[in-house]
Design a binder for this molecule. Structure first.
Ligand code: CS2
Ligand code: MN
Length: 349
């Protein structure tokens, strides 16, 4: 296992020097942020990122994300040129020493929460989801926390229109088409693809989502069995779906999990939850059982603390403050050490 930490590049308010001071963290997870979706990342840009990290003693082996162009998800004829660009990105990243690429296949929206600064009793704050607040949102007049600037209202309307008629089956077929097309490049580049689960793992605004449950992953791995086709085990995303049994899924897919996003959430009703500090005691997910299942199943990928709270007066990008994620990295590192040593001992008995 390698413990990593997400870094939003030179504009991140958290400098690499601080990340380096979190003991147990060997590298960062980052991306090229100034190239439009669907265009090739030039070697120089990737090399520069890697250089910046190495200069501070950190590895740069995981990219999160190389986003997938909507035309690929829509299955338009223009997809082939975007797929070519994606392949080229993989080859370029591989040459720069990247080993794992995280991406998602959610139409239009990435993660979705209704509150970015839900205030806890102790004064800290985190992201939260409320079904009632979600139902009040109007996709034709959208003011979504974290997403307001992603598309103009008219761009969004155009995109939603294009998705009319894209069923779950079509979206899944488009995902398989994409993966089959990029696998040779991923293999050549020595890159493990790690699809990020849908967050939340159900359809939103009438848009289909196909990567959120055990059945979805079974179907995906059956359709594209290449070893380079793997997953990001994001506990916060999968865990938002109460139908998902996370320790069971962690055990089942451990060898296909190339990247683990470990975070906690606490349900306050059947549907509503807030995110919290990483420890098992602080939420509804048994982080210990998940880590144990991963290690026991032979997981040997990258780990990062995922969303944390804003604590100690920090006012960082929601979910991506320094302090709570650093505490998360320390907690998770401890769990991995304990679980690994226990399992070794059990084996030698
Ligand atoms: C991340 C996702 O912050 C987050 O919730 O886990 O945004 C993730 O980076 C993307 O879905 C991966 O493509
Ligand atoms: Mn995640």
């Amino acid at each position: 296992m390698k413990m990593t930490f997400r870094w939003y590049g030179p504009n991140d308010c958290i400098p690499l020097e601080y990340i380096k001071q979190i003991q147990g963290v060997s590298g960062v997870v980052t991306a090229v942020y100034d190239v439009p979706v669907g265009k090739v990342w030039e070697r120089e840009k990737i090399d520069e990122l890697v250089r910046l990290c190495r200069e501070k003693g950190l590895e740069c082996e995981v990219i999160e994300s190389i986003p997938v162009h909507e035309d690929i998800k829509l299955g338009l004829s223009s997809r082939d040129e975007y797929i070519d660009a994606y392949r080229q990105n993989l080859l370029n990243c591989g040459k720069a020493g990247v080993k794992c690429v995280c991406y998602n296949f959610m139409p239009v929206f990435d993660w979705l929460r209704t509150n970015l600064r839900y205030v806890h009793a102790d004064g800290s704050n985190s992201l939260a989801y409320s079904e009632a607040d979600f139902k009040k949102l109007d996709p034709n007049n959208l003011h979504l926390p974290g997403w307001d600037e992603s598309y103009s209202q008219s761009e969004l309307a155009g995109l939603l229109k294009k998705y009319e008629g894209v069923t779950h089956e079509k979206l899944f077929d488009n995902l398989v088409y994409f993966l089959r097309a990029i696998m040779p490049a991923a293999e050549e580049a020595g890159i493990r693809m790690a699809i990020h689960p849908d967050d939340p793992p159900w359809d939103v605004f009438g848009l289909p989502r196909v990567v959120g449950s055990e059945a979805d992953f079974d179907r995906l791995f059956a359709a594209v069995p290449s070893e380079n086709n793997g997953m990001t085990f994001c506990t916060g995303s999968l865990g938002a779906g109460r139908f998902n049994d996370l320790p069971k899924m962690a055990a089942k897919y451990a060898k296909r999990v190339y990247f683990a996003h470990l975070r906690q959430l606490k349900f306050v009703s059947d549907t509503d939850f807030y995110e919290n500090g990483h420890a098992t005691s602080e939420g509804s997910l048994d982080i210990y059982a998940i880590v144990r299942a991963l290690v026991k199943g032979g997981f040997d990928g990258y780990v990062r603390p995922d969303h944390g709270r804003n604590v100690w007066g920090e006012d960082a990008k929601p979910g991506y403050g320094l302090y709570d994620r650093a505490m998360g990295a320390a907690y998770l590192g401890g769990l991995f050490e304990a679980v690994s040593k226990d399992l070794e001992q059990e084996k030698s008995k």
